[in-house]
Every structure is written in C-alpha cells, then in structure tokens.
Design a protein around this ligand. Sequence first.
Ligand SMILES: Cc1ncc(COP(=O)(O)O)c(C=O)c1O
Length: 418
Amino acid sequence: MSKLAVKGGLPVRSESFFLWPHFDDRELRNLEDVIRSRTWFAGMRGSDPGTKTEEFEKRFAEYHGTRFGVACANGTVAIEIALRAAGIGTGDEVIVPALTFIATLSAVLQVNALPIVVDTDYETHCIDPERIEEAVTERTRAIIPVHFGGFVCDMDRIGEISKKHNLVVIEDAAHAHGAVCEGRTAGSIVDIATFSFQESKTMTAGEGGIITTNDSDLAEQCIMYRSCGRKQDDSWYVHHVLPLNYRLSELQSAVLLAQLERLEEQLRTKNRNAAFLAGRLGRIDGVTPVPGDGKTEVNGYYLYLLRYDKTRFSGLSRDQFVEALNAEGIPSHIGYPWPLTKNPMFEGIPPGPKGCPYTCPFYGGSAQIANTHLPVAERICEETVVIPHEVLLSAEEDLEDIPRAIKKIQKNVLELVG
Ligand SMILES: Cc1ncc(COP(=O)(O)O)c(C=O)c1O
C-alpha cells in the first residue's frame, strides 16, 4: 500500500494552516463605520481631509518612514502612477528584474516606455546590480528593483548606479511591507516606492495599492494622476494632467487601517518562525531556504523561498515534489514559472497596435526582449519551491509538519520515480 498521500496514502496534515486573508472585529467595526457614514468614496482627490483613506495614507507612510503616501486602486497602477509622476514615457528605457510579477514590466509599457529585463542575484532572487550597470544606455531613465519575496535589494549599489547615470529609482515593494534592511524600511530608501494590497499580499483589502515618497513634488504629481488630474485645491472639472481614475474606496481603506495595526506583530512572528523552520529544514539534504545576503533584518516574508535539489530525491522533478507536498497538506507552489521574457506576449508581435514602444519612432530602435539571456533567473525558476507567507503565521508545532512531510516524500520517493 502507498505511503505518500499523492498516491492515496494518509497525508501528514489534514488541518489548515493560518487562514488568509485574516481579519477580526477591527475590520468589521471599521467597515461598519464607513457604511453607516454613507461616505464610501474618498473624495475628489482620492483622499480628502477626514476620510479613512487620508488616515490610512498617513499611518502607512509613517510606519514606513516616509512623508507622503498616495493610496490607489492596485499595485500595478501604483507603478504606472510613479512612472508618470517621474516623467517617464515614450522613448525612455526602464530597467526591470527578470523575476517578478508581470506588473513591474507592464506598468512600463503602459507609459509607452521600453522595459529592459536584467538578470537576478542567486542569493536573494532580487535584481543583480552588476547586470543593471551593464544594461544602462543613453536612453535609460529609471530602475525598478523588486524586493523579492521580502528580501530588500542591494539599494546601496543601486543608489550608486542611479546617481552615476542620473536615473530615477522606483522600489516595487509589493512583496515587502514593513521589511527593514540596515535600519532602512522598504518604501523609504530611494525616490519613490509602490506597494500592493491584493489578496495574497501581507496586508490586504482584496485589491489596493499605495505609493510612498519623501518628495513633495512627486507626491503632488501622484495625487493628480491618481484622481482625474485634479490638483489639491482646484475644483471637480479642472484637470491638469492625464485624467485617470485610480482611486481606492473608503471601504478598502477601512480594512487596510485594521490590517496595518497587525503588520508589525505579524512580521515578528513570521521572521521568528522562518528562523525556526530554517533550523528544521537545515537537517534535510536537498531542500535549502534561500539565504539572502544577510542584510535584510526584517524580511517582509511575502514568500518563504526554498531551493529544491532533485538529485537528493532520486531525480523527482520539482513540479512532482510540489504536487506531493500539497497532497501531504503543505501549501506550496513553484512561484514564477519563467523569467518575464518567456511570456507569450513577447513571441512575434510586439504589444502595442503600432509596434510601440518596441519599434517606436520616438525610441528610434527595434528592441527584442524574448531572447534576453537570463541564466540565473532560469535556474531559480527551475528549482524554487514557495511556501506562502500565511503559513509562517501558524504555531511552531504546526510548522513541524513541513519538515515531516518533506522527509516522508524523500523516504518514499521510489513510489513516484523509477
Ligand atoms: C512584484 C509585484 N509588483 C506589482 C504587483 C501588482 O500588484 P496588483 O496585483 O495589486 O496590481 C504584484 C502583484 O502580485 C507584484 O507581485
């Protein structure tokens, strides 16, 4: 009879880990306040005085050590707004990492600039600063590092490169709410930063996003691009820049205010549990937590990242391993299946109807991104196993089931191979 759950055996675990999204009476009370107030809309600027959205922006910015927060509809448009605010557009190149959600790249296309995809640092899964330096051309205007999984990128090196070449840096901190590196909080380190509050993220209102910055001019631009091109003190029908509606609602801000109250404690729990789990997994040959560069003091832990070595599992493929792990009751997935450049949108025809920005007359060249050489990202995509962040909010005795399930798969692997 088979032992492994994927073959019909009994799973290691049948109960859930910590459930996500998490809520308690705070979310419910805040939502009830908003509903009863009959102010469900955050006002013409998108966070008018006295609204929950204004309060959330202030608190989120303060937590992350920045002067301004501009809440918006989601993390994708947060990047687009940041790019527009920084004046990035047609004919410009923006350097983005190979390993990230498509939004980091699609926001660049949305402003008609050209994303230049560069390779990855193996230890952190973040963008490799040396590859950034090689990719800079006279058209480069910005870099968007992503704090992958919750590790903070090498912002000192990225800062040096940006100064040398006069580039704007936009931190994509969608994976790194509250992460701290060498005393600096993600979202406050460079010119401007963006976050997502989509449901899988470490704080959420189902959807949502925010931009943080210390620069009052950038903040003013962001506010205009977030809400119909309106300026702070102007009236409803006066539009100063491209009039987009990327506002967040009061209902979402009500939920986010409650979620933010828990962030610090949840980060503490996740960082403690990650260290505990690393200790346990360290005793298993073939599954290793991604180490980072040792500089991130508080990891945002959106993703708990493991390297899987199939040679220690009799050649069992990573995808089969993940299937077997899920069958044992351990939530896990493979993460990004490939570097961004492998997406079908880059095969043959370029994204825009007229070829822009790839063959745009303003760009003056013809870029081909499908063939970009990204060996480190390729390798990472083949060997990564991801455990979602909420699992790290479970009790230590529940986490013990993770090494238990992995050891069980390793011991009985011949049920699956050969
Ligand atoms: C790195 C990164 N950037 C941006 C986004 C976009 O956020 P949203 O889904 O809120 O648009 C995501 C979402 O998964 C992300 O992972």
